[in-house]
Design a protein around this ligand. Structure first.
Ligand SMILES: Nc1ncnc2c1ncn2[C@@H]1O[C@H](COP(=O)(O)OP(=O)(O)OP(=O)(O)O)[C@@H](O)[C@H]1O
Ligand SMILES: [Mg+2]
Length: 322
């Protein structure tokens, strides 16, 4: 089955419905499902091989952001990349983004203020739950973003996750289960390397590793690279480390030295320029749940611009791979 967006407003739906009927005068396209998505779009399912005139939502990027040490700017990167993807810009179609929060701290969930928290990612990973990823994605307060919420129970349930749970996101990506709901998926990985992190690393195709330019930050980044390479070799050959995002970078001599060491170790994968340390990033995101650009001020627009270019470059790289 394939899924088509056929429109948001009634006239739009009628015009496109008419177009579908013309393509298939006898009605042999056999629409089997007509429903309203969380985005308020009407969708129809047609048999594979049909050529509708609606837009087919493509399989976009499945990006994970991870770290080897806490406080690395991982959640901030997830949120700013999601905002960059979904942002309305001249000449570009804003993307619809699904944020999957695999961190039991639920920081990304808190910031995105989901419409409901009654279901979450724990219900997808639970071996006794019939729910799939699309059942737990709910609209966030940020435009064009859906979130699969995390809560503290995710930590308690980690021991119960079975092999089927660990591969849940991978299956969702490969089956195209949410391709009609979102263009890109961005996953916030937990710090601990356990079943939750493995679930995200098996699901993603693109990995960013967030780190601060400190000795322990660099060690954490190296550990995450090692973990990702092992997971990639064992069960996810699609996984590619797209880059190391250095966050909250200041001009201290030690930061410069560590950044240079990271460049020697990780080469061109170190994303330049690093994200500068700007105290109001915390105020915007943590306290006011607002993307940097919308919170305003030159300092935050500068930060937002860098995340935007990270997103744009990885989208271009993805297009070139196709
Ligand atoms: N560019 C920046 N300048 C200043 N502070 C920043 C910057 N980026 C992130 N921060 C702050 O650094 C702290 C850690 O960031 P964040 O929560 O994104 O990291 P994390 O790796 O997700 O942490 P955790 O291990 O708790 O999940 C937060 O208080 C955040 O607001
Ligand atoms: Mg975090």
């Amino acid at each position: 089955m394939v899924s088509y967006t056929i429109g948001r407003s009634a006239p739009d739906v009628h015009a496109k419905w008419g177009c579908l009927q013309r393509i298939s005068p006898g009605g042999d396209l056999s629409p089997t499902l007509l429903h309203v998505t969380p985005w308020g779009e009407l969708r129809i399912r047609l048999h594979e091989g049909s050529h509708g005139c609606g837009e087919r939502a493509g399989h976009g990027m499945w990006i994970a952001v991870g770290k080897g040490k806490g406080g690395a700017g991982c959640t901030t990167a997830v949120l700013e990349l999601a905002y960059a993807a979904a942002r309305r810009r001249r000449g570009r179609r804003p993307r619809r983004v699904g944020v999957i929060d695999l961190d039991p701290q639920g920081n990304a969930t808190d910031v995105l203020e989901p419409e409901s928290r009654s279901l979450g990612i724990k219900d997808v990973l639970n071996p006794h739950s019939p729910l799939s990823l699309r059942d737990v994605l709910v609209p966030a307060s940020w435009e064009r973003i859906l979130v699969a919420p995390a809560d503290r129970f995710l930590a308690n349930r980690e021991v119960d996750i079975t092999a089927r749970g660990i591969t849940a996101l991978r299956r969702a990506r490969l089956s195209g289960e949410i391709d009609d709901l979102v263009d890109d998926v961005i996953i916030d990985l937990p710090r601990d390397v356990g079943k939750l992190a493995a679930t995200g690393l098996l699901g993603a195709e693109t990995l960013f590793i967030a780190a601060q330019a400190t000795m322990w930050g660099a060690q954490g980044a190296e550990e995450m690279r090692y973990t990702a390479e092992r997971i990639s070799a064992k069960g996810n050959p699609d996984l590619r480390i797209a880059g190391f995002i250095i966050s909250a970078y200041d001009d201290a001599r030690d930061s410069k030295r560590v950044l240079n060491e990271m460049k020697e170790n990780f080469g061109e994968k170190v994303i330049l320029p690093p994200i500068p340390r700007r105290v109001r990033v915390r105020e915007a995101i943590e306290s006011y749940h607002t993307p940097c650009r919308e919170y305003g001020g030159e300092d935050l627009v500068e930060v937002s611009d860098i995340y935007q270019s990270v997103y744009d470059r990885s989208q271009e790289a993805r297009e070139n791979l196709k």
